[in-house]
Design a protein. Structure first.
Ligand code: ADP
Length: 263
């Protein structure tokens, strides 16, 4: 069936990716093992010349392997998040210039922050890239122009509110909502958007990883993502993050956090 074919193609893509990485990693390990073997033999036969050269080869290969796994970790977003209280409206406001440049001239940008929104718990850097991902998706959905609204609001979820979004836990949240007036999505597309590598964009333009990264980030932050969309009308993606207590006024990090920095 079509579904099975799609699944197979996805597995093929994952296979190619991991195969390439495993090959590179293996080359680096071969460098380390080879250098260590030579050093062992030389030490056994009492030859101490040139040892520093082989040590250097082993060290450089090991460092390259470590750098590769670091990149992989960053890619899979499983590195530990630096979650702290973030002043949500300050962070959103600080993105204005970057976002309007990203959107270009044909898309109007509205930033509508609710004054009631205070602090949320999140990794500020990852939150910025999540918002950027959502804004790029919104832009791509409006090829002939439109309006993007980036809004914040507080939300209190009760147990029964979570019905449509099983991951949603009751509690106090800050919500960051990205609304576009673009193409919207059919129910079929909507049901697949969080799958890694799912994309409707032409080859080379979409990776199919944007929304799965946003989803992973939200879940790791004890939040969730809700999407409403209608074909021809547009889409709203809401990122729910747990509300945080304001940090103490004497906190030395406060100015940096207010500025939307990492703290
Ligand atoms: P990519 O953007 O690389 O395709 P994503 O995971 O970010 O990967 O998105 C997956 C798919 O979800 C997109 O290809 C598109 O079909 C759909 N999508 C995401 N955001 C929107 C949006 N704002 N409007 C319409 N469709 C969207």
């Amino acid at each position: 069936t079509e579904e099975a074919l799609r699944q197979a193609q996805k597995m093929e893509a994952v296979g190619q990716l991991t195969g390439g990485i495993a090959h590179d990693f293996n080359n680096m390990l071969t460098g380390v093992i080879g250098a260590v073997d030579i050093m062992k033999r030389r030490l056994a036969s009492g030859r101490f010349d040139d040892l520093d050269r082989f040590l250097e080869v082993a060290s450089v290969s090991a460092q390259r392997a470590a750098a590769l796994t670091q990149r992989l970790l960053a890619f899979s977003r499983r590195q530990s998040l630096d979650s702290r209280p973030v002043h949500i409206n300050a962070l959103v406001g600080s993105l204005h210039d970057l976002l309007s440049r990203t959107l270009g001239e044909s898309v109007a940008l509205d930033i509508a922050c609710d004054e009631q929104v205070g602090w949320g718990t999140a990794d500020a850097n990852q939150l910025e890239s999540a918002i950027l991902n959502l804004v790029i998706n919104a832009r791509d959905a409006m090829p002939t122009g439109g309006r993007l609204t980036l809004a914040t609001r507080p939300a209190v979820l009760k147990a029964q509110d979570a019905a449509g979004t099983p991951e949603a836990k009751p509690g106090r949240y800050v919500v960051i909502a990205v609304t576009d007036t673009g193409t919207g999505m059919t129910a079929d597309v909507l049901s697949k958007v969080f799958e890694p590598f799912f994309t409707t964009k032409p080859v080379g333009l979409g990776t199919g990883l944007g929304l799965s990264m946003v989803y992973g980030f939200a879940r790791q932050s004890d939040g969730h993502v809700a999407i409403t969309s209608a074909p021809g009308e547009g889409t709203t993606v809401e990122l729910f993050l747990p509300a945080a207590e304001p940090p103490g006024e004497t906190d030395a990090d406060l100015p940096a956090r207010l500025a939307g920095g990492e703290g």
